[in-house]
Design a protein around this ligand. Structure first.
Ligand code: ZN
Length: 284
């Protein structure tokens, strides 16, 4: 088990990675580690996560009261969000809140992170819910996040804001953040290619079974055979030239197919005009 100095050191190391990877600019973001029933170490406000030192880490109780009164640094105001997550999930030992650019783009556009596309994201993140926008540092922010947390959840997006990842250790909560932003980056690149393939229901069932075997049960396994995974995918899929059907509207063998390009009214008008021109030219 780590002693408190090691935990503080690790919080600085993780802060440095967050800053290096551009998940937080300026003094943004915060992370915390629960070290005892009523004690949480959390990053201070007003400091870049890239330049944290162990003595700057603050100590709060479960009500958010800073208990290390000698510390010149003040705890982050967003620790209230962290504490609400700790209260909701006894197994959670660390929380990382960031503004990872690729994932946050989805939060800005209010597009839910799609599911049933990337095996890595399915295994390590699972379903990533999106909370409605609320004012940062208000207790409503934590309430909106906690309302979406099930026993399987480890990552929640916050509308027009960023992400919050949590797990049984700081490093694994941080890895969730890395995986989230890498996944969203891949999604945005896929969108540039204009075409996307969703996993079939059977492929999702197989994947979630493997996940369960690795000790990560996923409630969606019960839903996979009926095809409700991907029910929130439409806002993301709608951005493709050739919209892909939702998982629910699958072919009988469970494979998802592109419906092909949709002819918009403008294109239709254009087409009719071209045909008319050709007919008129033929008549002449
Ligand atoms: Zn924030």
């Amino acid at each position: 088990m780590q002693n408190q100095f090691q935990v503080r050191q690790e919080m600085c190391d993780v802060g440095h990675r967050i800053w290096m990877r551009g998940y937080c600019a300026g003094n943004e973001g915060n992370h915390s580690v629960r070290i005892a029933e009523d004690r949480v170490l959390c990053t201070p406000t007003g400091v870049s996560k890239g330049f944290l030192t162990p003595d700057q880490i603050t100590v709060v109780d479960m009500n958010g009261k800073q208990v290390d009164t000698h510390n010149k640094m003040k705890r982050t105001s967003e620790v209230l969000l962290h504490l609400q997550i700790y209260k909701a999930r006894k197994d959670v030992k660390a929380v990382v809140h960031s503004h990872p650019p690729h994932a946050t783009a989805f939060a800005m556009a209010n597009i839910p992170i799609p599911e049933g596309i990337h095996p890595e994201a399915e295994v390590f993140l699972g379903k990533v819910p999106m909370a409605k926008y609320t004012t940062p540092s208000y207790k409503e922010l934590g309430e909106s996040v906690v309302a979406l947390i099930t026993k399987d959840t480890n990552t929640v997006m916050m509308g027009n804001h960023g992400s919050v990842c949590f797990d049984t250790s700081l490093i694994s909560a941080y890895y969730k953040l890395e995986i989230l932003d890498a996944y969203c980056r891949i999604l945005l690149l896929t969108r540039q290619l204009g075409k996307i393939n969703q996993l079939s229901q059977q492929e999702m069932v197989d994947l979630l079974k493997v996940k369960e075997k690795f000790g990560m049960p996923d409630q969606r396994l019960a839903c996979a055979p009926t095809g409700c995974i991907g029910a929130d995918n439409q806002p993301f899929l709608a951005g493709f030239d050739a919209p892909t059907q939702s998982v629910c509207a699958c072919r009988s063998d469970g494979h998802i197919e592109s419906t092909g390009p949709v002819i918009t009214e403008d294109k239709l008008e254009d087409l009719v005009q071209k045909m008319t021109d050709q007919i008129m030219a033929g008549l002449r």
